[in-house]
Design a protein around this ligand. Sequence first.
Ligand code: FES
Length: 93
Amino acid sequence: MLGRQGVDHELTTVEGIGDYNNLHPIQQAFIDEQGFQCGFCTPGQVMSAVALLNSNPSPTREEVRVGLSGNLCRCGAYEHYINGVLRASGQLA
Ligand code: FES
């Protein structure tokens, strides 16, 4: 999404879903699954995951992969992020 596409729409950023003492379940699941390394891509991964689970609370691994596909991770932590989303959806212990 380009910034201009947000005109006249409500936008929520990663700062709006949790904080250091009260993490969003996606943030906690990413920590539990070691879902980030440098953290450069993490805000986008988190917000894509939140949007995905809001529209599809029980996605398949492939649906998660597609849902996060707009985020490029130079560290290659994709499988950790996918596991984090599945964990947050209750599909991974
Ligand atoms: Fe480094 Fe994704 S964790 S770019």
